[in-house]
Design a protein around this ligand. Structure first.
Ligand code: ATP
Length: 373
């Protein structure tokens, strides 16, 4: 089978970082001949909106819907605005999340060898934030209520079905991670504000019901978002998988990126039961676009997540091995000290992509036994 991968390169640094990720995917294909991917670019974004009046053309939406997976660079330019004054990227991503049922925002936070965290110590950091991505405080996106330019409101909506499916996703993620760890440890933390908000007390209740009914052997605990924001910086190794409401996940995942060296090292997946979209957690960083200094590793690691997801979804060992190869290659490159300016180095965007692709080829030749830590 050939996986159809829809590639949305986007705006700002989007095209340059996406090109490095596709370079690495091509290297993986070249060393895993049974693994076939057709990477096809499609139009979308602020620049496309300026030229055509459409941010996400219907043809692109249909193509991404038909694809096996979606790889996205970054979208949006501050000077390009919709008639209501907002930038285009929020609308595009929310259209994709809602239209494709991408309810789990997955943000792995891992400190790679040789990378200095922006905050915290250099101790082990390896946890995953699972953000509910279709409801919560974003439920009324593009709606909400406004009274005569005096009072404006957005609504926090938590549904039983939405909480059940994202809770299950978090427990499954913990199981998959445990299967790869020598100690087999799995812990899911429910992050909320259940002591104050009825909606979030309900989130905790439904999470607990799912846990007791379906995952009784997996350890779980609970944290309030405000206390957790400090605890996760002070003691990141205490966490494994954290599941939370949409807005909390949005904020916490950017904060947590400080533990792994910043946004340039923060990949993500937007995953549903049928579709998966993979993109760096950062935006299009227009101020550094075209200068060759953007860190492509968040996008390369998002491509790795894509292979991991394809591997697990299709029971495809080659895709899973491809993901492991990328992981090990990235570890090698960061450990060697070859990093872009955001991590204190001098390497250029293209050099990082070349180095990761070379490491993929080299590791493949040497058998790349064992998994990356
Ligand atoms: P958005 O709202 O679309 O998420 P933003 O304007 O909040 O975007 P980003 O585009 O994510 O912000 O950029 C935030 C900061 O991080 C900028 O200073 C940018 O230069 C830096 N940055 C983001 N991504 C990278 C990257 N891949 N490499 C280097 N620096 C980056």
């Amino acid at each position: 089978m050939t996986y159809q991968i829809a590639v949305l390169r986007g705006d700002g640094i989007g095209p340059e970082i996406t090109d490095e990720a596709t370079k690495v995917l091509d290297a993986v294909q070249s060393v895993q001949p049974g693994l076939k991917m057709a990477l096809t670019p499609y139009d979308a974004g602020a620049e496309h909106y300026t030229r055509t009046g459409e941010a996400l053309p219907a043809a692109t939406f249909e193509a991404v819907k038909a694809a096996d997976a979606i790889l996205l660079g970054a979208m949006g330019l501050p000077e390009v605005r919709m008639p209501d004054g907002t930038e285009v990227q929020g609308r595009i991503i929310i259209r994709l999340r809602k239209g494709l049922g991408l309810y789990a925002g997955v943000r792995p936070i891992k400190l790679y060898p040789g990378v200095t965290p922006t905050v915290g110590s250099s101790g082990p950091v390896d946890f995953v934030i699972v953000r509910e991505s279709t409801e919560g405080l974003f439920a009324s996106f593009d709606g909400g209520m406004e009274i005569h330019d005096e009072v404006v409101g957005d609504t926090m909506l938590i549904s039983r079905a939405g909480t059940e499916r994202v809770s299950r996703f978090a427990f499954r993620t913990a199981q998959e991670r445990a299967a790869k760890r020598s100690d087999g440890k799995a812990l899911v933390t429910c992050v909320d504000k259940a002591n104050i908000f009825r909606s979030l007390a309900f989130f905790r209740k439904v999470f607990t019901e799912v846990a007791e009914r379906e995952y009784p052997t997996i350890e779980r605990n609970y944290a309030l978002i405000d206390a957790l924001s400090l605890a996760i910086i002070q003691n990141p190794s205490a966490y494994d998988v954290l599941v939370m409401e949409n807005m909390f996940g949005d904020i916490l995942s950017d904060l947590a990126a400080a533990l792994n060296g910043g946004l340039g090292m923060a990949p993500s997946g937007d995953i549903g039961d049928r579709h998966g979209l993979f993109q760096p957690s950062h935006g299009s960083a227009p101020t550094i676009a075209g200068k060759g200094v953007a860190n492509p590793l968040a996008t390369i690691l998002s491509a790795k997540m894509m292979l991991e997801w394809l591997g697990s979804r299709h029971g495809d060992e080659l895709a899973t091995q491809g993901a492991e190869l990328i992981e090990r290659a990235v570890c090698e490159v960061t450990a060697s000290g070859l990093v872009t300016p955001d991590l204190g180095g001098k390497a250029r965007t293209e050099e990082i992509g070349d180095a990761v692709a070379d490491a993929v080829r080299r590791l493949s030749r040497s058998g790349h036994a064992g998994s990356a830590s």
